[in-house]
Write a protein that binds this ligand. Structure first.
Ligand code: AMP
Ligand code: TRP
Length: 334
């Protein structure tokens, strides 16, 4: 059986998008859009698994949409919409809650990280978040899912859920098993303050990340302050094993300049990190500030952004409704 290739991915509207989102996910979304049918979703229902102030959530949905467009996603090529406006996501999530197993969810490390020390106080939504993510993907029978490395475990769960559904309802290959598309070298961009933690929207210090909306001046200050190493740049990657901050800066530079890490390290061997930082700042300003400016420009016309979401919702709904009809039939729902 030939399965049509369909790409699906989601980004939570929970604040400023940063360099990790951009290099780990968004840039890949844009490349895939040239080759396959793509569906990109602002996952607002995932965002509310942790309390969001309503007016801020509303703004963040529009800002994430603007970020999609500013990085190069084209609403005439890809379907761009917000999750809550297609009711099939919530409906399929309920069905998959009944397929997924408690034991499977108990292994999810993101829940453990996000729930913190008092798990009893976490929302039920946060616990079953991965089932909703599986629903997002399976609702469109997506075959490929571009994400950062932090989502690998959730993708594996989506595959387990798809497999169990196919087996329980005796419908081999009904749901394709979705493949993660995780970029090798930059699947996890680390915090500029602590190279053992991923760069994230939720880390308190803004100096830990480069936001897509940062100005040239902010980028300059953040890279100047970023942790690196007191030794000079070594000539071999393996000498960076215990220097995560230095490795992170070199990897980001290698990605932005499209040169291999080996090449960068050979060229910079023996130089101080201040040399790398100056070059990196320049590369970041070249690549990120035009995106930030475009986001700010797009945010001036909110009705245009809402129109794009509405158009995407209409297209997504057609696909979702057809699949939901078939899924209900498989289960025996009338
Ligand atoms: P989120 O903002 O958590 O919804 O993430 C959106 C996308 O960005 C997902 O595919 C994540 O895996 C990816 N992502 C988030 N943080 C990073 C990071 N520090 N490095 C690489 N990819 C990331
Ligand atoms: N959980 C993902 C994240 O935090 C966002 C997400 C929700 C997603 N649904 C998805 C990613 C479906 C890929 C496919 O980054």
């Amino acid at each position: 059986m030939v399965t049509k290739k369909i790409v699906f991915s989601g980004v939570q509207p929970t604040g400023n998008l940063h360099l990790g989102n951009y290099l780990g996910a968004l840039k890949n979304f844009v490349l895939l859009q040239k080759k396959m049918e793509c569906i990109y979703c602002v996952v607002d229902l995932h965002a509310i698994t942790i309390f969001q102030k309503p007016d801020i959530l509303h703004e963040n949905v529009l800002e994430t949409t603007a970020s999609f467009l500013a990085t190069g996603l084209n609403p005439d090529k890809s379907i761009i919409f917000n999750q809550s406006s297609v009711s099939g996501h919530a409906e399929l999530a309920w069905i998959l809650n009944c397929v997924s197993r408690i034991g499977w969810l108990n292994r999810m490390t993101q829940f453990k990280d996000k729930a913190g020390s008092d798990k009893e106080k976490a929302s039920v939504g946060l616990y079953i978040y991965p089932n909703l993510m599986a629903a997002d993907i399976l609702l469109y029978k997506a075959t490929h899912v571009p994400v950062g490395a932090d989502q690998k475990q959730h993708l594996e769960l989506s595959r387990d859920i798809a497999q169990k559904f196919n087996k329980d309802f005796n419908c081999n290959n009904f749901f394709p098993l979705p493949e993660p598309l995780i970029l090798k070298n930059i699947s996890r961009i680390m915090s500029l303050r602590d190279g053992t933690k991923k760069m994230s929207k939720s880390e308190e210090s803004d100096y830990s990340r480069i936001n897509l909306k940062d100005t040239a001046d902010e980028i300059n200050k953040k890279i100047k302050k970023a942790k690196s190493d007191s030794d000079s740049i070594p000539g071999e990657i393996k000498l960076l094993e215990n220097k995560p901050e230095a490795l992170n800066l070199l990897s980001i530079y290698s990605e932005l300049t499209k040169n291999s890490l080996e090449k960068i390290i050979t060229e910079m061997a023996g130089k101080e990190y201040s040399f790398l930082k100056a070059k990196l700042t320049e590369a970041l300003i070249d690549e990120i500030t035009p995106v930030g400016k475009e986001i700010k420009k797009l945010l001036k016309d909110k009705s245009h952004l809402k129109k794009i979401l509405k158009k995407g919702t209409e297209k997504a709904n057609i696909l979702a409704e057809e699949n939901i009809k078939n899924i209900r039939e498989k289960i025996g729902l009338i």
